[in-house]
Design a protein around this ligand. Structure first.
Ligand SMILES: [Zn+2]
Length: 469
């Protein structure tokens, strides 16, 4: 079946055809490991993982690369401000290396909690300095770079259609006051390929770069720009051109635009055929931002008693290209829906998982292959579960098959063993007596009391089931 994706490059839906027959190379811009990811950041990784799962479900063999930015990401996209790692170092009184390691682990834990398949390669920027220096030199040699007091900059005026991904109008950018000009920069859109270390500061992370200055060969300490790392590492692991590049929409105007410019300058071709971007998760008062210090992490949600799958369901219920407003009310709805789904799984759980219903599978495929339509795919799932013509074996088999894409851990759902305190058990028994005597008012009252203890009752054919709320 044909898969179609919305390509930001060209702004249209396109049929997906990989460069190599059944193999897909996919690159995702990974985290800057200077702090915990917030739940808005995590949307990008859930999106990339679902995309990879959908490709695999369609029979493609996916090689997924995601970088770890552990150096070079400045607090401002205009090549000014502090390196985020160095800023974190001052905040936490640890070395930049310790910070990177700590938050990389926190990030990987989040991936695990969200049941995201670990990328095949997770390269760290600091372990690919050689590749980045080589690429900077290649770009320089091809005439697309110049030196300033502060670093080596990319001359964007050398790329005639610079900004095509973002549909940037260079004139607007030049006029825009929001672009801070670094001294020596020739054009407002030029960006740092390599930055020299500040003269009076010893950085934790810096490397030697040899260059020619005033006809003399010198060595100078410095560190890579943020954009060059993604170009160098995607080229190393996926080749100069690969199939899909993903990231959040915020990467379009600068980071991804500059990745394209670097590839074109060094290799004469753009890095990816498909550019796919997920929209933001927004809070009541706008985009969630670390700089404002008001962030919600996955750990925060878990501490409040949410399962990571509740959050994942909330994300999947909305299309990746739509902005999603996060509220705890919406998350509660997702949690209730997941609980309903878990209860159904317990009802239909079967030994035989080979009875996948082909009709529903086709509908499901149509949904996800149409630009990763996860809300429609979930609707197909619920339609299938409600279909009284299907046996439990068919339902369970089909559901597990769908979960290869949804990744909601449906196979792992087990009857929860609930420890019920004696006082609650006494109320449950009293309620059973009331029901036997058809005293419904009293039974309801007792149900209310039990609820106050945080327990929920479910009257089934096999008797009453007690669960924790
Ligand atoms: Zn990137």
């Amino acid at each position: 079946m044909v898969m179609r994706f919305y390509n930001t490059l060209g702004r249209k839906l396109e049929e997906f055809k990989p460069i190599k027959d059944k193999e897909v190379g996919m690159y995702t811009c990974g985290p800057t490991v200077y702090y915990y990811p917030h739940i808005g950041n995590l949307r990008a990784y859930v999106f990339a993982d679902t995309l990879k799962r959908a490709l695999t479900y369609n029979g493609f063999k996916v090689k997924h690369v995601m970088n770890i930015t552990d150096v070079g990401h400045l607090t401002s996209d205009a090549d000014t401000g502090e390196d985020k790692m160095e800023a974190a170092k001052k905040r936490e009184r640890k070395s930049a290396w310790e910070i990177a390691k700590f938050y990389e682990n926190a990030f990987l834990e989040d991936l695990n909690h969200l049941n995201l398949i670990k990328p095949d390669v997770l390269p760290r920027a600091t372990e690919h300095i050689r590749e980045q220096i080589d690429l900077v030199k290649e770009i320089e040699k091809n005439g697309f770079a110049y030196q300033t007091e502060d670093g080596i900059y990319f001359d964007t005026s050398k790329i005639p259609d610079y900004g095509k991904l973002a549909l940037l109008k260079i004139e607007d950018l030049k006029a825009g006051a929001r672009i801070e000009m670094v001294e020596g920069k020739r054009n407002p859109t030029d960006f740092a390929l390599w930055k020299f270390s500040p003269k009076n500061e010893k950085r934790d992370m810096e490397w030697e770069f040899d260059l020619e200055k005033d006809g003399e060969k010198i060595k100078i300490m410095g560190f890579p720009g943020w954009h060059i790392e993604c170009s160098a590492m995607s080229m190393k692991y996926l080749g100069k051109t690969f199939d899909i590049h993903t990231g959040g929409v915020d990467h379009i105007p600068i980071h991804h635009t500059n990745e394209i410019a670097q590839s074109e300058a060094a290799k004469g071709v753009g890095p990816a055929h498909f550019w796919m971007h997920n929209e933001f998760l927004i809070m009541k008062d706008g985009k969630m931002s670390k700089s404002k210090g008001e962030i919600v992490t996955l750990q925060d949600l878990m501490k409040k008693g949410y399962d990571p799958m509740d959050y994942k369901y909330l994300l999947l219920a909305s299309h990746y290209r739509k902005q999603l407003s996060f509220t705890f009310e919406a998350l509660d709805n997702a949690k209730n829906t997941m609980q309903r789904l878990r209860n159904i799984v317990l009802e239909i759980k079967s030994e035989d998982t080979s009875k996948v219903n082909e009709e529903y599978k086709k509908k499901f495929l149509e949904a996800i292959n149409d630009d990763l339509g996860t809300p429609e795919a979930l609707a197909v799932m619920w339609e299938m579960l409600r279909d009284s013509n299907l046996t439990n074996e068919e339902k369970y088999s089909t559901l597990l098959d769908f979960d290869k894409v949804l990744g909601l851990r449906l196979k792992e759902i087990k009857e929860e063993k609930v420890e019920v305190p004696d006082e609650v058990m006494k109320l449950v028994n009293e309620r059973e007596d009331a029901r036997a005597n058809k005293d419904w008012a009293k039974a309801d009252e007792l149900r209310g009391k039990i609820k106050e203890f945080g327990y929920q009752l479910n009257d089934t054919a096999d008797g009453v089931k007690i669960s924790k709320e």
